[in-house]
Write a new protein. Structure first.
Lengths: 297, 295
């Protein structure tokens, strides 16, 4: 690159030639379009009649704006034997997600606190084991958890699904809070101690108000993960508490006769609406959480 | 004043950790050891404790479906990880040059990650549909003989799943690596510019090694995706055609619940866990060592 004039541009590594800059934009926009195609296809398919789907193409726009297929997906699509649509799963997903996220964050914050400011014996061992546990494949833990939940009578119950979600969320949420608390100056803690703040007083009056951003990050990530979960709902929810993802998969895979692609795509979109809303309204927090590596997959 | 004495507070901290310790011991340690124990028994429908030695493992490794599952996971890892890393890094590097509309682009690239793997699988199943999907678009565009039947072909179906997974995860890798790139010292870029090092060389030999921690994080996340691969397969192909797209996680769940071969499923789960530990412990060690070096 030319450096004769000796004045480097202020902008970060903006040493590229204009041609390569143009190419960058072309590439970035082309990839953005490719990434958006599935969402676009989902939306247009959900408005098309089966006749339109057969004669038109995947990418063509629908002729009319009808919510017929959306309403069928929501109210009357068959998930196995029952034909009550996705609304049942929606209610279940709400009932599962809200308490699971609240409990996971409460447990993670309190645990992260106890691990950060207090020298408890074996705390490091506990944290290490918990972290390694976060890497275990779900499939390894599912059977022991089935055994435990059925022993205490929580198998196939709402409480059982929530308990399993909290157990699975515990490593990552604890890690998130512990790392966040590690950035808080120890002098603040010492000053509060001198002023006579007790164990819980320090947590609730000082630490928690400072942790609002972390609570938002953890909350948004966990809402997305738990709403999108399939395997925990499938195994622990039974028929009565099957979340939306499980019902969606049943709708698509238990169709007899002609498949209704429009209803399938409407159902798929309905299942993604909550996480997409969360994502598009609070993407900044989402990105912050993801960037800090606080994701389990 | 008594309530705030240090020893009292430390006692409270210890008490706070008791429930967590209980969960860790009963699920993450006890549960896993119990499952590993079950893999050495004759358990079929319900767990029992009749010792069977390595019988379940011998059965497992002579099971053709298990071999297909492992091969698919390996194939998946070998393609998914480098491709996603390459796309994610390229996107991050391009965005890091300071482009207009950065927020909009980033939002678009990451949105697939906010959708469930079930949704991802169902959408791509529709896109890969041999009759009405991308193949149909190609035919109507004039390529009349276009037959794009990858998803229903046993030899190629796994690649459609890999494609869907790359779509789902590239944005995630981009965000993680972009955070790393933002931390690269401006002086380093200046030095590269002054030396006149070609861009690809600068990235490969200078920038990538200097964001090692972010790369490791991305690798860990992708490895977890590979091991947990289940939902997207269930939604997209159901493991089919036949058993062509089976993966270890699906093998385990099927044998545990539908086929009621708990012992065999536990042997598979234990094997998978050993594989995970074999990969993740060195990665974690590497990550922590890097962290320690920075601090």
């Amino acid at each position: 690159m030319t450096t004769e004039n000796g004045r480097a541009p202020v902008h970060r590594n903006a040493y590229a030639a204009p041609l390569s800059r143009a190419l960058t934009y072309v590439l970035l926009i082309a990839i953005a379009i490719v990434v958006l195609i599935p969402l676009y296809v989902m939306i247009v398919t959900a408005f098309k009649s089966m006749e339109e789907i057969r004669t038109g193409t995947l990418l063509s726009l629908p002729h009319a704006l009808t919510f017929e297929y959306w309403s069928k997906a929501w109210n009357s699509a068959c998930t196995g034997l029952r034909c009550e649509g996705l609304k049942v799963g929606f209610v279940n997903s709400v009932l599962i997600t809200i308490p699971s996220v609240a409990l996971a964050i409460a447990a993670g914050a309190v645990t992260g606190y106890a691990l950060s400011f207090w020298r408890v014996r074996f705390a490091n061992v506990l944290f290490t084991v918990l972290l390694i546990g976060g890497f275990f494949p779900y499939q390894v833990l599912i059977y022991p958890l089935v055994h435990i939940t059925s022993t205490i009578g929580l198998f196939n119950s709402l409480a059982g699904v929530i308990a399993v979600h909290v157990v699975f969320a515990l490593p990552v949420v604890t890690l998130l809070f512990r790392n966040y608390f590690a950035t808080i100056p120890i002098d603040l803690f010492k000053a509060a101690r001198v002023d006579g703040a007790g164990y819980w007083r320090f947590f609730f009056s000082i630490l928690l108000p400072m942790s609002v951003p972390m609570i938002a990050v953890a909350g948004i990530l966990q809402v997305t993960f738990i709403w999108n979960d399939y395997i925990v709902g499938l195994v622990f929810g039974g028929i009565n508490y099957a979340p939306m993802t499980v019902q969606l998969n049943n709708i698509v895979h238990s169709t007899y006769g002609e498949r209704e692609y429009n209803v399938e795509m409407a159902a798929t979109l309905l299942t993604s609406i909550i996480p997409l809303l969360v994502y598009f309204t609070s993407g900044r927090w989402f990105v912050r959480g993801v960037a800090s590596g606080a994701v389990k997959g | 004043m008594f309530a705030t004495s240090p020893s009292n507070s430390r006692l409270q901290a210890t008490l706070t950790l008791v429930p967590v310790a209980f969960v860790v011991l009963s699920v993450y340690v006890g549960g896993v050891l119990w499952a590993a124990g079950i893999s050495f028994t004759r358990s079929s429908m319900l767990p029992n404790y009749r010792f069977a030695g390595f019988t379940q493992y011998i059965n497992l490794f002579s099971n053709a479906r298990w071999h297909v599952s492992l091969t698919n996971m390996a194939l998946f890892a070998v393609i998914f990880i480098p491709v996603t890393l390459f796309i994610g890094y390229s996107l991050a590097a391009m965005i890091n040059r300071g482009v207009r509309g950065e927020n909009a682009l980033r939002t678009i690239y990451l949105y697939p990650f906010a959708m469930s793997f079930i949704v991802t699988g169902l959408v791509w199943r529709w896109l890969f549909d041999p009759n009405y999907g991308i193949a149909d678009v190609a035919r109507k565009l004039g390529f009349e003989n276009a037959s794009f039947d990858w998803i229903v072909n046993a030899d190629t179906a796994i690649f459609t799943i890999i494609f869907a997974a790359v779509w789902h995860s590239s944005g995630l890798v981009m965000v993680v690596l972009l955070a790393g790139l933002r931390g690269v010292d401006d002086d380093l870029w200046k030095a590269i510019r002054i030396e006149g090092i070609p861009a690809w060389k600068a990235h490969l030999y200078i920038i990538v090694p200097s964001i090692g921690a972010s790369i490791t994080t991305a690798l860990v996340l992708m490895c977890l995706t590979v091991v947990r691969l289940f939902d997207v397969v269930v939604a997209m192909t159901g493991g089919g055609p036949g058993i062509a797209t089976d993966v270890p996680a699906k093998f385990i769940i099927d044998h545990m619940f539908e086929r009621q071969q708990v012992g065999l499923a536990s042997a598979a789960a234990t094997t998978l866990l050993l594989l995970v530990l074999l990969v993740s412990v060195p990665l974690l060690y590497l990550k922590n060592r890097r962290k320690g070096a920075v601090e």
